[in-house]
Ligand binder design. Structure first.
Ligand SMILES: NC(=O)c1ccc[n+]([C@@H]2O[C@H](COP(=O)([O-])OP(=O)(O)OC[C@H]3O[C@@H](n4cnc5c(N)ncnc54)[C@H](O)[C@@H]3O)[C@@H](O)[C@H]2O)c1
Length: 453
């Protein structure tokens, strides 16, 4: 994918589309506004605080205690508070917006920020449903905004090495990839009763475009992840990272067939999304199995400590040190079971000795230095803000990854496979499934969205 859109004509066009977007000079400090000060929002502020070319200008939060903690943490006595993020988008000191809210807000906030002339760093998973991703890409391109996705793991040197190894053909034909996330959080996170929302939480603004539901403490901070209204569960939460790496390493951007099985079988809490899920994706020339186990006893990780890229001549295990396992080249006849030996006319073994397809590289060559991928991804976005070249984890990449994970959840919820047309971005031959590619926004956010599409 072309990672530069900064043609002179395009850039001047950007000035017309969003005339209040500041043109950043090489020595200008970049003004950042943050939406959401939660688990990851705090990390983002900590990372950007260390960067001397950045000024932390503003914070938007709907939970007052977090607003106050966040403002103090920013360390800028002049940092502005915006309970309503839309006011922050009018602030001319804000060049870029970092969106760290729950998933159901990512698309609308990003689109509005683009329309307001801001560049955006938006957390993964990019979207709550497939159609949002195309709206976001269109907005980024229309308003000539740099929209980076928080899939920082792609920036790891080990991932670049893995991509080179696959492209080199060393592994032979890579026909399957296995990835997953295993842990054991039995018995789960409990059941939370319906109560009034805390007086210092603007629950209506937290819900935003999501359906109105009675408040429980799980339907807000952190635990929103287990509810379909705000998230796709671990399939969108964790697979967003793994599939992003895989798309980059295998140089693909969409499956054509997806089938997923599972459910919330084990955890004894009020979450809705699966705790056990397998998804099988057909990509051009290979398959991917992604497994989620939230309540797995015993060996947690069947993938040898990483994601497996399995070829005909070798397997690459993507982890800190990219383990490369060469296959032994054998005479196929020698691999046939023999027991007492085949009777006359059966296959005959030979004396041919197995030899490795390649020598594994010395360990130090395969082991990239430990990196701070979060900081690298942010640095890349800041650089794209100055150069007007697309960021490494661009919104289109995030959209394609999120799409694959949403298709898995659609398959799981319908109980059948779905065929995907990546060019038309539609599900083939299944109207019920295709209808799940889009969801309604709650009023008045449907009108807000319509005004910027
Ligand atoms: N890149 C990563 O490695 C990584 C890690 C963790 C989380 N995430 C992603 O970050 C997002 C947030 O996750 P989290 O764990 O930080 O959640 P969280 O619940 O801890 O934080 C989200 C914050 O957003 C605030 N918020 C909600 N609606 C808002 C609105 N309308 N205006 C302003 N603030 C609003 C909430 O009050 C909350 O403080 C999720 O999409 C998650 O997938 C990414």
């Amino acid at each position: 994918m072309e990672k530069t859109i900064a043609s002179r004509r395009g850039f001047l066009g950007a000035l017309t589309a969003a005339s209040y977007a500041r043109v950043l000079g090489a020595n200008d400090r970049i003004g950042l506004g943050f939406i959401g000060y939660g688990l990851i929002g705090k990390q983002h502020i900590a990372d950007f605080k260390k960067m001397p070319d950045v000024e932390l200008v503003a914070l938007s939060e709907v939970y007052k205690p977090r607003m106050e903690e966040g403002i103090a943490f920013m360390g800028n006595p002049n940092a502005k508070r915006y309970p309503d993020f839309r006011k922050m988008l009018e602030d001319k000191d804000v060049d870029g917006v970092v969106v760290s809210t729950p998933d159901h807000w990512h698309a609308l906030m990003t689109i509005l920020a683009c329309a307001a002339g801001k560049d955006v760093y938006v957390e993964k998973p990019l979207t709550l449903f497939v159609q949002e991703g195309r709206w976001m890409v269109n907005a980024a391109r229309k308003y000539k905004r740099m929209v980076a996705v928080g899939t920082q793991r792609r920036t790891a040197r080990g991932v670049a090495m893995a991509r080179e190894i696959v492209a080199s053909g060393k592994l032979g034909k890579v026909h399957s990839v296995r990835m997953g996330a295993f842990r054991n959080v039995m018995p789960g996170f409990g059941k939370t009763p319906v109560t009034d929302p805390p007086p210092d939480l603007d629950y209506d603004m937290w819900l935003g475009p999501a359906p109105k539901r009675p408040y429980t403490s799980h339907r807000a901070l952190y635990h929103f992840r287990w509810f379909w209204d705000y998230s796709g569960g671990q399939m969108t939460n964790l697979a967003a990272h793994s599939l992003d790496q895989m798309h980059y390493i295998m140089n693909v951007n969409a499956p054509t067939l997806v089938s997923s099985h599972g459910g919330r079988y084990a955890l004894e809490d009020d979450g809705e999304t699966p705790d056990i899920q397998d998804a099988l994706f057909t990509y051009p020339g290979f398959i991917l199995l992604y497994s989620i186990r939230e309540a797995a006893a015993g060996p947690r990780d069947p993938n040898a400590g990483g994601s497996q890229f399995i070829g005909t001549q070798g397997t690459l295990v993507l982890r800190g040190d990219n383990l490369l396992i060469p296959e032994m080249k054998n005479n196929p006849e020698n691999l046939i079971p023999r027991f007492l030996g085949h009777p006359v006319g059966g296959p005959r073994a030979t004396d041919q000795k197995p030899v490795p397809y390649f020598e594994p590289p010395p360990r130090e060559e395969a082991r990239p230095e430990r990196e701070d991928t979060m900081a690298l991804n942010k640095r890349d976005w800041l650089s794209s803000m100055r150069t007007r070249k697309l960021p490494f984890c661009d919104v289109e990449d995030g959209h394609r990854v999120a799409t694959a994970t949403h298709l898995a959840n659609i398959s799981l919820r319908l109980g059948r496979s779905v065929r995907w047309d990546p060019a038309k971005e539609t599900i083939i031959g299944d109207k019920e499934a295709a209808a799940m590619l889009v969801r309604p926004y709650r009023k008045p956010w449907d009108q807000v969205l319509a005004s910027v599409l």
